[in-house]
Design a protein. Structure first.
Length: 370
């Protein structure tokens, strides 16, 4: 399953009172997708990094108290992370409890996690609920055949919705736009999607992951392009095979078509009449017909982003001229994604305009409808 679909699964799991077990390679964004789900839902997200916790961190420390008869009894102090859950519930927030790398945790930690899943408690402390829905439990693990991790036994696995997840380029590019990842990285991956997650044949060589690309983006923002250390830093994050390919891409990056290039080509072109609209489309064709599908989609998203910031500099007519200048299959794919996604209103505007003018082409919209 693509990891970008996990937010929908998490919502179904929460409503059905199920726990979720995500299994996927390190660095593909398991933690980020859970945090993003919690943020979008307005939930509190409690992340427990189990491999760096000891038993006391997870279950609390034993303390001696007096019972109602005055006798000494041993109980357990409430862990601070449980206190945060209680505070979130008191503030009217549901909770996601994210147990990271449970399979690599100690046996004592795994046994405590079993109680959390089976009973919704840790020792005698309740793990929260709101409006009849308990806190959502999410466990993330790496595949046991590639990492030093323990498989769940059947008694625990039956309690989960268990899914094998993998990174997908469309989901990453969407995340990257919001996260401000360097455009040179998103443009490279738009053309080389298979390099988002790359495992070299030589196990001694480092590969690439979404987490590595995001980390590399932070490096690129502070290291000058002419710094002799840049190549070494790139390969240190994404490995020699991918790093060499990406470095070559960077050296020719000025040849990549950008929003600025499209607007420069259009210049002060008018698009008020049907003939003017056709002329604008033809003006762009020589440049845009060479763009690959995913790169074309990414450029359309960037134009929409710029339109949202400064609609006068990047008007919607320019975006529509750009889309209509693409190969019909690519243009139809972009419009189809608009129709079923977050840009549905833009698609409807496009379809409405097509009804008034033939410059968009009936074949294009027919391809979308089919």
């Amino acid at each position: 399953m693509n990891i970008s679909s996990m937010k929908t699964v998490l919502n179904y799991a929460h409503l059905s009172k199920n726990a979720v077990h995500m299994i996927g390679e390190a660095g593909i964004g398991k933690t980020e997708i859970v945090k993003a789900y919690a943020e979008e839902m307005g939930f509190h997200c409690e992340v427990l990094q189990l491999t760096v916790m000891d038993t006391g961190d997870l279950i609390g420390m034993p303390v001696i108290e007096k019972d109602e008869t005055g006798a000494n009894v041993t109980t357990w102090a409430k862990p601070i992370w449980v206190q945060r859950i209680n505070q979130a519930n008191a503030a009217g927030k549901n909770v996601v409890i994210f147990l990271d790398e449970l399979g690599r945790a100690s046996i004592d930690i795994r046994q405590a996690a079993l109680q959390m899943v089976l009973e919704g408690k840790i020792q005698e402390h309740d793990l929260g609920s709101l409006d009849g829905l308990p806190s959502l439990m999410v466990v993330a693990d790496n595949p046991s055949d590639s990492y030093d991790t323990e498989d769940f036994d059947g008694a625990l696995e039956d309690r989960f919705i268990t899914l094998n997840v993998e990174a997908d380029i469309d989901g990453f590019l969407k995340y990257a736009r919001k996260a401000g990842i360097a455009p040179v990285i998103t443009d490279y991956l738009a053309e080389n999607g298979e390099k988002l997650v790359f495992k070299p044949d030589d196990t001694a060589e480092k590969g690439s992951t979404p987490r590595a690309w995001e980390s590399l983006s932070r490096i690129l923002k502070v290291v000058p392009e002419n710094d002799e250390l840049l190549y070494t830093l790139i390969t240190s994050k994404v490995g020699k095979t991918v790093g060499a390919s990406f470095h070559r891409f960077m050296t020719t990056y000025d040849n990549t078509v950008t929003v600025k290039d499209i607007m420069k080509l259009l210049g002060k072109a008018k698009m008020g009449t049907e003939d003017e609209q056709k002329a604008a489309r033809e003006l762009l064709k020589e440049t845009t017909q060479k763009i690959e599908s995913i790169s074309a989609s990414e450029l359309a998203e960037k134009m929409l982003t710029e339109h949202g910031k400064t609609p006068k500099k990047v008007p919607m007519t320019a975006i529509l001229a750009y889309i209509s200048s693409l190969h019909i299959e690519i243009a139809a794919g972009i419009l189809k994604s608009w129709k079923i996604g977050e840009h549905k209103d833009l698609y409807l505007s496009f379809a409405e305009a097509q009804g008034k003018s033939r410059w968009y082409g009936h074949e294009l919209l027919a391809g979308v409808e089919n």
